[in-house]
Design a protein around this ligand. Structure first.
Ligand SMILES: [Mg+2]
Length: 89
């Protein structure tokens, strides 16, 4: 997506990597609040921070190794599938 590439070029990799960490922390905090109070407002915050994290993860993929991420994701999803199959017996 062009806007993600524009963001990396405009702000620089170092700043965008720090931004990934910042957004992950904001999502973690929103989830913590939601765990103790499932209010509409706290649910909205989780969704809002999720959107931020998805935008930053998409940039992180572009700045690192998308093929390796895809390979590791495939491996982990297969492992999860096997675990569920095993525990469902
Ligand atoms: Mg945020």
């Amino acid at each position: 997506m062009k806007i993600l590439n524009d963001a990396i070029n405009h702000f620089g990799k170092k700043k965008q990597i720090a931004k990934v960490r910042e957004e992950l922390l904001e999502l973690a905090l929103a989830i913590t609040r939601y765990e103790s109070d499932c209010s509409i407002e706290n649910g909205y915050e989780v969704c809002d921070e999720c959107a931020d994290v998805e935008i930053m993860i998409a940039q992180l993929r572009m700045m690192t190794d998308p093929k390796l991420i895809n390979d590791r994701k495939k491996f982990k999803l297969n492992r999860l599938s096997e675990r569920i199959a095993k525990e469902s017996k």
